[in-house]
Design a protein around this ligand. Structure first.
Ligand code: BEZ
Length: 250
């Protein structure tokens, strides 16, 4: 698995459990209705998926990580290991929902067309993920430290953080009508600190330094301290979100 992002449910829940808390907000754009069939794309450990189930919808969770899917299933969800670019569904869902996952899916065109295939006529695609400029300070610090230590910058991400114009165009090209799309800055508290976030979200970048990975983490933290750590020692991530609601337009 070296070089690939690894998802381990236990660390994800401990260090980035806030992701689902913030995701509750975008659910107000989904407005799930009892009886609707909804696909939660990139469902992770299923914490947010449970909220859609609680609204009375018939929900399928999809994730590429077997560890996440196992955790989601253990909580009673219908969760499946699936490739977002090749979803095995044809006009089955009233809505596809996605929180904090689409930025990991860099073949955005393929994902959007796969989502469109999965939706019924007039079905909606609702999501939130990293927008243009997301974690810019964190990326810049990792690049600087990577360069200093002779690392490979391509092990950052890869992530997809589009502008509103770019993502709207991709949705429209694939046959969606965009009802609403916004971007906003959300400085996000990291309850277990920057180091834990870096390890969970960008493990492969630090793994490349072997025994020097802790030293690389020290350096990245030192670069970021002035901008993302407050006077009480509380860390934040410089998140930019892109939120959208689009409908199948044919
Ligand atoms: C995000 O949620 O914005 C994010 C998560 C992991 C890596 C980069 C960004």
């Amino acid at each position: 698995m070296s070089g690939l992002q690894r998802w381990e449910s236990e660390f994800y829940q401990r260090d980035t459990g806030f992701v689902a808390d913030y995701g509750a907000d975008v659910l107000s754009w989904l407005e799930p209705v009892a009886g609707e069939r909804i696909l939660d794309l990139g469902c992770g450990d299923g914490v947010l998926t449970q909220k859609i189930v609680a609204a009375g919808a018939d929900v399928v969770g999809a994730d590429s990580s077997p560890s996440f899917v196992q955790t989601a299933r253990a909580s009673g969800l219908d969760a499946r290991v699936l490739d977002a670019q090749n979803l095995p569904f044809d006009r089955e869902f009233d809505a596809v929902f996605s929180n904090a996952a689409l930025h990991w899916m860099i073949q955005a065109d393929d994902v959007i067309s796969s989502v469109k295939r999965a939706l019924k006529p007039n079905g909606r695609f609702v999501g939130e993920f990293g927008g243009f400029g997301n974690v810019a300070a964190i990326i810049t610090a990792m690049r600087a430290v990577g360069e200093e230590l002779g690392g490979d910058p391509d092990r950052i991400g890869p992530w997809f953080f589009p502008t509103v114009d770019h993502y709207s165009a991709l949705l429209e090209q694939q046959g969606f009508k965009v009802d609403n799309i916004v971007t906003f800055y959300r400085q996000t508290p990291l309850p277990t600190g920057m180091r834990a976030w870096l390890k969970v979200m960008s493990g492969p970048f630090f793994d490349q330094f072997g025994d020097g990975s802790e030293a690389a983490l020290d350096k990245v933290e030192a670069v970021l301290k002035d901008s993302l750590c407050d006077h009480n020692g509380k860390w934040f991530a410089d998140y930019v979100r892109l939120r959208f609601l689009a409908r199948v337009d044919d």
